[in-house]
Write a protein that binds this ligand. Structure first.
Ligand code: GLV
Ligand code: MN
Ligand code: MN
Length: 462
């Protein structure tokens, strides 16, 4: 059954009337309720009884309610980190976490952490994602992972299931501005990174304060490898591979590295009517050539590398003035850090030749928002694949071209990522959409993955 079939079936009267509880499943339910109440453990859920399942409608309701915070006229959200909308959205999330029985705290970096104790003295199994968006973003990027993780905690709570490991549901701060919260957890957020201006206009340092964190005590947000048994992130797949292939689940093999620069091109502003064409130092013209050159460098060799100029400003910015200065962004991504460096050097060489021709000095300022390329943990991948399989879901292994907090967490914990389809692969757009069934599939895989890691650990590291 395809996702579309499911959707039309779900809302057809035949489907609705055919949903009935059989005598056998009723007996099972009563039996399991008795066992679960008696033991207060996950025994029934894990030993072949009716499986625990997340509530698809509840996840959808929570996604739609969160979409109210920072909603824009196009149907998406502009809930950039540290904005009023971000703060309000986080308040709503704290309420959901508390209802799910989690004890919530804000760490010194501003990450929201909802904790549930374990029955043994073991390291934490952490799972979650982010709730901030890009400017003009959608309602699913990050949010599906947050609501899926809270739903898992809610289901465990409702069923009285105690895990051996403590569980922590995390909502990372400012993912879209350079994986800020997860960098703080790995101890890599400091100095220059705190001075970077975020999408909100505040520096990251100011933003962390606004969320109740304390940039002077960032050390306390740091997590040591022996504190964490695993980290798992559920997220939408942002490249249409799952949607095009009608595949339920992506098991992420590795996550790309990302580097950002501000590129400044200095020309000279002058009268656009009186300055002859051959006497100009037009910074925007040089920028246009550089943008073409960047595209040419990135596409000049095989591979999945990508390079983007996504923001540009020309000053003074008037139709009758030759642009005197341009500042634009440059982003390069690849699974190999060496390749990113090599491509960047080629772009610098092109820039050197353009600045000579146009007499417009070009400088590059590296921004301290790097995301390192990271493979996920083989054992966690196998557990995710096994969970998908046992739920009867189709799955494939795939890389992630988007950056995620999971790539930082992979430095300090065995890490896995579960992808679910985003329709048309559209993301970072108000048109982003994921079907309720797909969100529930992902959350069910997350639930099973967490329980399996809890039950048997991860075994030997590879
Ligand atoms: C994060 O969403 C990214 O930019 O890949
Ligand atoms: Mn994103
Ligand atoms: Mn995301």
């Amino acid at each position: 059954m395809t996702r579309t079939d499911y959707f039309s079936m779900k809302f057809s009267p035949i489907f609705l009337t055919s949903t009935s509880i059989s005598a056998t499943s009723l007996t099972w339910a009563v039996l399991c309720l008795a066992i679960t109440t008696f033991l207060g453990t996950s025994f029934a859920a894990q030993a072949g009884g009716p499986e625990l399942k997340v509530n698809a409608e509840r996840i959808e309701q929570h996604i739609l309610a969160l979409a109210e915070f920072g909603k824009n006229p196009e149907g998406g959200v502009s809930r950039v980190a540290f904005s009023e909308a971000d703060i309000a959205g986080r308040k709503y999330i704290i309420g959901l976490m508390e209802t799910a029985g989690l004890k919530v705290r804000v760490d010194t970096a501003g990450n929201l952490i909802g904790r549930r104790g374990g029955t043994e003295n073991l390291p934490v199994i952490m799972f979650g994602s982010h709730s901030d968006s890009v400017p003009g973003g959608g309602n699913y990027d990050g949010d599906v992972g947050v609501m899926g993780a809270i739903e898992v905690a809610q289901v465990l709570n409702e069923n009285g299931i105690n895990t051996r490991h403590p569980l922590e549901v995390v909502v990372f701060v400012d993912e879209e501005g350079g994986l800020v919260g997860s960098r703080a957890m790995t101890g890599e957020l400091s100095g220059p990174a705190l001075g970077v201006i975020s999408h909100s206009g505040l520096t990251i340092e100011e933003g962390i304060r606004v969320l109740g964190g304390n940039p002077e005590r960032l050390d306390e947000a740091r997590r040591e490898p022996d504190e964490l048994a695993a980290f798992v992130e559920l997220h939408i797949e942002q490249g249409a591979i799952l949607d095009d292939g009608d595949i339920d689940i992506g098991v992420v093999e590795g996550i790309v590295g990302i580097q950002w620069w501000d590129v400044t091109i200095e020309g000279s502003a002058n009268h656009a009517g009186t300055t002859p064409m051959h006497k100009r130092n037009d910074a925007l013209l040089a920028a246009a050539e550089l943008i073409q050159a960047i595209n040419q460098v990135i596409t000049s060799e095989p591979g999945t590398q990508v390079g983007t100029v996504g923001r540009i400003s020309a000053t003074p910015g008037a139709p009758n003035v030759i642009p005197g200065k341009v500042v634009m962004s440059l982003e390069i991504r690849d699974l190999s850090a060496e390749k990113i460096t090599r491509l960047y050097r080629q772009i610098r060489a092109e820039a050197a030749s353009i600045e000579k021709r146009y007499k417009t000095p070009i400088s590059f300022q590296h921004l301290d928002v790097d995301a390192v390329p990271a493979p996920t943990d083989k054992r966690v991948r196998a557990i995710i694949a096994g969970a998908a399989e046992s739920l009867g879901l189709s799955y494939i292994a795939m890389p992630s071209g988007a950056g995620h907090d999971a790539q930082d967490m992979a430095q300090i914990a065995p890490t896995g990522m579960i992808f679910v389809p985003s329709v048309g692969g559209i993301s970072h757009s108000p048109r982003e959409f994921t079907y309720p069934r797909d969100m529930a599939n992902g959350a069910n895989v997350l639930l099973k993955t967490i329980l399996r890691i809890d039950e048997s650990g991860l075994g030997k590291s590879s």
